[in-house]
Write a protein that binds this ligand. Sequence first.
Ligand SMILES: [Fe+2]
Length: 278
Amino acid sequence: MNKKLILMVLTIILTLGIAVLAIDSRLKTVYYTVENEHESEKMRIALITDLHSCTYGGESQSDLLEAVRAENPDLVLFGGDIFDDDPRMKDENAITVLKALGSEYECYYVSGNHEVWTERLDEYKEIVRSCGVTVLDGQHTKMAISAVSGTPDIYGFDDPEAYDDFEEQLAHIRQTVQNYHFEESFNILLTHRPEKFEHYSELGFDLVLCGHAHGGQWRIPGVLNGLYVPDQGLFPEYAGGLYEKDGTTMIVSRGLAKESTYIPRIFNRPELVIIDIV
Ligand SMILES: [Fe+2]
């Protein structure tokens, strides 16, 4: 075999290897740790966002469910776009996950833009409740987790698409939080969208958990953290990861959308997010 041929074969193997890595859409679990000055409130959260009724391990959703169970979370949060407005995507795939986790863990849900776009948001909320998952659409609640003493306060709101605009959602959040004393406990905001981080930070939340960005769909590890995110545009600031501002931490899940999206994820594996509050 001459040198040219060897070089050509190696180049093809390398290119194929990179291509396989780039389009790898196997589920992965990513971990974050958030410090909490309130001594007694240590807990583990599983964050599931942007499932868009996709499948992980067939219709039984066994891969996703086993990944959650393996982490033994104190609670599970659903950060919107769990269902999809595209008729190709089967609601049953989302319901299987909601039902299984709703019967095993304390669970909370907020809506995402795709659920609002179905124009059947109230119906979806009823389905979510029937799975044993608490819907947060403007309320504040004290978590009631038996394993954790001094539990955090959690606030959750519908996607801004359910309001006239973002300003109306922000006004609703502001109105809700002004009645509570933030300094007394660890306060979590569960909301689908990350792009208004500075406003969430101004309001004084300790932790903001969201999705929507899908990791910017295409990434180049170490070089580009996301190419494009709706509502943020090209080279988005909040495509996925952990962000901090004036005492507020925001974690943006890269989500679980795969076959629901026509454009493949590049170097952007779907993720289950685990957050340890320590
Ligand atoms: Fe979304």
